[in-house]
Design a protein around this ligand. Sequence first.
Ligand code: NI
Length: 156
Amino acid sequence: MGIRQIVTEGDEILSKVCRPVEKFDERLAQLLDDMYETMNHADGIGIAAPQVGILRRALVIDLGEGDGKIELINPEFLEQKGEQTFQEGCLSCPGQWGETKRPAYVKIRAQDRQGGFFEMEAEGPLAVACCHEIDHLNGILFKERLIGELEIEGKE
Ligand code: NI
């Protein structure tokens, strides 16, 4: 495989609740590798499995800021604190941006690609990215979190 096609807004896949990952096998590893490749190719900083048409609870993030690659399988929030506003976009909604309100801090429990459990904490843009991608696993797009106008490229 390699670069996969990104599902865009309007496709009902993006509004479905994804099922947990149950098999931590070669197929999952391939999916995650392909998700990175697809995300990087599209100049994104995060992508969730439903965005490549797979309705499973898996996502990858790479803000390119030293946190490195982050992959979260079956993520759950343990804690959410505070508030921040952030200008978000989404690979599935090309050319569209808008300001959203997100928690300032999140603590997450997830599994790695081998199935091992771990916890992580995030603040700032990484917290936003985690929330945005976990939303995808629940069929929610950032546009449902807007607190202001949606900005559309090329439109005044
Ligand atoms: Ni997105």
